[in-house]
Design a binder for this molecule. Structure first.
Ligand code: ATP
Length: 299
């Protein structure tokens, strides 16, 4: 009998993020390319007579009640299976909160995978993906991992061929950005209404060919301008990247900035530079793509 399951769930960066005009339901149509990176959340689920959650690591200020995405995931999965949600969840967070790297979604994805195993539900991947989509638009990608195009709200996923490995320096900020506020600022941008979003064919070809430099130099993020307007720290880092001619992208709605590095040593020395010369909170080396939420230990 299984008493404890440990799952690792990845964060993501958006290599491409085109945003359309807000629709009547309040959502924006997206055309995005996600890449899962090895900044992992560890989710451990253990047998218990009730549902409880503790969080360690980069979890300061997060609620552990019903509003936490991990608790919501546990309740949704239990309701789907018609059982009581009984488990002790321990999450070690590495992904910055409100950093544009889908940390909460990774916690939800990790919880679904861990409890599916602990409760011996053995659900089909497609079922977990559709439960995940009910919790948040980025949850399905945290389950799937790799590299994928996301249409609709970002949750209609198609895996993409992506050759090569991307070594990133992730520059995080102490204060995060609220995704809805960034979308509000996007809506308030003067100019003609945005076109229906699509991923350019040439971009997808560069991914498949492993042309990592082309990918990052031609990366598009329609939320970058509004996010950088709202966040002085991210703006400072982005300007420093431009000054140094570094291939940098803003992840999702920010404020995390990912710099493509030729190797790990460059990532380390650039990290030292950004720590000394900007208000960056932390500089972490990471690589992608990596696989989605998966069991790493079971006792
Ligand atoms: P995304 O890139 O998916 O837009 P994000 O990485 O910018 O998201 P998250 O860290 O996922 O942002 O969190 C957004 C908000 O969700 C937080 O401010 C917090 O209030 C709420 N939240 C609920 N549960 C969690 C959780 N387990 N981890 C992080 N945030 C959570």
């Amino acid at each position: 009998m299984t008493n404890s399951v440990r799952v690792r769930a990845p964060g993501k960066v958006n290599l491409y993020l085109a945003v359309g005009a807000r629709e009547s339901d309040g959502y924006h149509p997206l055309a995005t390319v996600f890449q899962a990176v090895d900044l992992f959340e560890d989710v451990t689920a253990t047998t218990s007579d009730r549902l409880e959650l503790t969080m360690t690591g980069r979890a300061a200020g997060l609620p552990t009640d019903e509003s936490n995405l991990a608790i919501r995931a546990a309740n949704l999965l239990a309701a789907h299976a018609g059982i009581e949600p009984r488990a002790r969840l321990e999450i070690h967070k590495r992904i910055p909160v409100a950093g544009g790297m889908a940390g909460g979604s990774a916690d939800a994805a990790g919880t679904l995978v861990a409890l599916d195993r602990l409760w011996r539900l053995d659900l089909e991947p497609a079922t977990l993906l559709s439960l995940g989509a009910r919790l948040g638009a980025d949850v399905p990608f945290c389950l799937m991992g790799g590299t994928a195009m996301g249409l609709g709200r970002g949750d209609a996923l198609t895996p993409l061929l992506s050759r090569g490995s991307y070594i990133w320096l992730l520059i995080t900020q102490r204060v995060g950005l609220s995704t809805p506020l960034v979308f509000d600022a996007f809506d308030a941008t003067p100019g003609p209404p945005p076109e229906p979003p699509a991923v350019e064919e040439r971009f997808a070809r560069a991914l498949a060919e492993g042309d990592t430099t082309y990918v990052v130099m031609n990366s598009r993020n329609d939320l970058a301008a509004p996010a950088l307007t709202l966040h002085a720290g991210a703006r400072q880092v982005f300007e420093a990247c431009a000054h140094l001619a570094l291939p940098a992208i803003l992840s999702g709605s920010g404020p995390t900035i990912a710099v493509l590095c030729p190797d790990g040593e460059t990532a380390t020395s650039l990290g030292r530079y950004f720590r000394e010369h900007t208000t960056a909170d932390s500089c972490l080396a990471a690589h992608g793509p990596v696989c989605g939420a998966h069991v790493v230990d079971e006792t």
